[in-house]
Design a binder for this molecule. Sequence first.
Ligand SMILES: *[C@@H]1O[C@H](CO)[C@@H](O)[C@H](O)[C@H]1NC(C)=O
Ligand SMILES: *[C@@H]1O[C@H](CO)[C@@H](O)[C@H](O)[C@H]1NC(C)=O
Ligand SMILES: *[C@@H]1O[C@H](CO)[C@@H](O)[C@H](O)[C@H]1NC(C)=O
Length: 759
Amino acid sequence: MFRQFCLFLLIYLPSSLAAESAWNGLVLPGSQKSNALFTPFYVPPGAKPYGSKSPLVLYSGGWEEVFSSNAVSKSLRASSLENASVSFPFTGTGIEWFGNRDNRHGSAKVYLDNKHITDVDLWAAGKKTQRQQRLFAKYDLTPGPHTLKIVNAGGAQGSLIDVDAFVVTSGVTAKVRGGKAPVQHLMLRDDAPQWTLRQQGSSGVGAMQLAIISSTHALLVDKVEHNPLDINGHPAWGALYNLNTDAVKPLNMESNSFCAGGTFLGNGTLINVGGNPVVEDRTSAADFGDLGGLQAIRILDPCTSPTADGCDMYENHDRVRTATPRWYNTVIRINDGSAMIIGGSKKGGWMNNATVNNPTIEYYPPKDIHGSNGLPIPLPLLEETLNSNLFPIAFALPDGTVFIAANRDATIYDWATNTERRLPQIPNGVRVSYPMTGTGVLLPLSPDNNYTPEVLLCGGSDIDDTRAGYDISSQEPASAQCSRMVLNDDGIDAGWQVEQMPEPRIMADAVLLPTGDVLIVNGAATGIAGYGNVQNQVGASNADHPVLTPVLYSPSKPVGSRFSSDGLPRSEIPRLYHSVASLTPRGDVMIAGSNPNLDRSEVAYGTEYRVEWLSPPYMQIDRPEILKTPMKLGFGRSVTIEARLPTDIQDIRAAIMDYGFVTHAVHANSRLVYLKCTREGERTLRIEAPPSGDIYPPGPGWLHVIVQGVPSQGVKIMVGDGSSPPVDRDALENILGNTEADQYETSRGGNGFDDGFSE
Ligand SMILES: *[C@@H]1O[C@H](CO)[C@@H](O)[C@H](O)[C@H]1NC(C)=O
Ligand SMILES: *[C@@H]1O[C@H](CO)[C@@H](O)[C@H](O)[C@H]1NC(C)=O
Ligand SMILES: *[C@@H]1O[C@H](CO)[C@@H](O)[C@H](O)[C@H]1NC(C)=O
């Protein structure tokens, strides 16, 4: 009853009921059992639904009205006559058709603007009717009037087609507020290569997390919500994005990956760690039969197929999970190729606090060190840095220790001895971790200075993190500060060196380029991260004034001339909370995401599926090309590679890069390590691998050759021997024996791991 009432409201009432409209469950509200088929009907706030009875829907050739309490609009129009048709003129950029499928249904021809674009098979095996299914959708129409026409094409096993409802979308309608005028291309001659920005492709799922997994594919991970991309009859919340064709392939994710972290392990397998419980009340985005994600470790084995065939996520929480719940944890790879899992909250929420804080570290695979036998090891930094200390910024350092910044503080954590060396506090009260989200980068490491590490932290906010959400405004300025420090004794004595970005930014992404420069992109000039918490929300966004022009930071230039936006194109797409950016092997930067919303929304700032590609000037000129390399680069080894290189040039560098796993402005593992490199012939270079896993944690990397500042494309190579990280069986069994899977998830009853979706 309640559900019908709810959907009824959806159709006829405005989007002030957005919180209700999020309910679209696999199970009835309050029910513990998965007993119904999923009904994908959903109206994003800002989109317009039309029921089958709408006078704008024009039927011809024999339709009847069928009353059904299970229909979106309480009744549907059905036809069993071949060539019966329905026309629906609408104005927008997207259209969705909803109706039923079962073993009486046939097929339909779909026309858009008088052009036949596809045939839809509505037949489904089994007697059970699948209701409110999205039968057809298209989202990339040019803005303006269009007509959808559906014609009954009959079928061998059934001839029924029906119309329950249409939903018209308009794309993201966010009005861009603030931001500066487009940057003039002042310094560049007309024929000089320039930065370009191209919008192409759709992410299919919210691009909350991003990692390049192969030369052809990027992994996108979202949370459970009503994404347009479907899998197994429900919306997908993970996908593989083809970098060459822009095709997206949905992934079979089992648990809610809302706000997970991730890393590749030393053997090339990627893990995605933590997330959200299943939420079934009005704060829920949706329930698609997902499992609790708080202790999830999702596994994506190396995907070598150029079409991503056979590549999928794997989960088995009975055997593979964290010891404790982690929401907003940071995950990095350390010098033995295993994952260090840092901090987070024990349950979903917003600002961290002492009740939900999980101020500990654990490892995957688990380790028996410091008497832990696999269980979490307390980290004082995370106990002492409440409240704004989620998604700490962390990097493995070239002596095997780990840099961690949380809130206004930073430390060097020696995991082998379980000791911290606390660093000076970040100047001027600037906080750099969620929800005062800054971004961080480990500047390029080079044998020329014996791999002296230097970190750069940019943006964030100096808002007092003890203030309540209702007391903070989306209009309060973010920080423009970048803080840089050399992480050796002298550098730490000298403390943080402060520089100012041209514009303040919260939730920026720092992307290392193969040139050694750092591209700073995305984010907002005011407010803080998250949605639904502060005053003056824009839609639900806690932040406003998107910063639309990227800025390039050149670390080796003198102070005062390091930032430049010369020639950098301004985007028209706000990239706020849940946005990402990563270097691709081609050398351009993939930019996606933005979704400061509970669920897919078209109200400003809406859910953004458009993908952009920012190409540095070097993409337009003749570049060096790596022709032949070994597949593996063992530590300390010297190998020859073949490359197409200009003759007579000696200014040649080689670098191994980790493009990182990007989530919430944390670019985990992001790294550039220069390699000793000598030219031995016209096409031959001798390169020396990093000396050890301290310098480059063992695992996948991308080799680039850089000639006079112009980088080649990246070639994937395994650094180290590619072996799996050490597994301590006792520690593993101790975790499994002494902790419960998803101990904070009760809403599903039992152990929380009934796979409700499979029938
Ligand atoms: C339906 O239309 C097609 C194409 O116009 C025609 O060949 C076919 O005979 C029609 N079927 C019926 C039952 O009218
Ligand atoms: C701590 O955070 C949780 C999750 O956001 C919230 O439910 C709880 O009310 C907070 N507790 C305090 C004391 O603020
Ligand atoms: C890599 O190691 C992890 C952790 O032990 C394991 O789950 C995974 O299957 C391994 N991957 C490969 C490709 O061997």
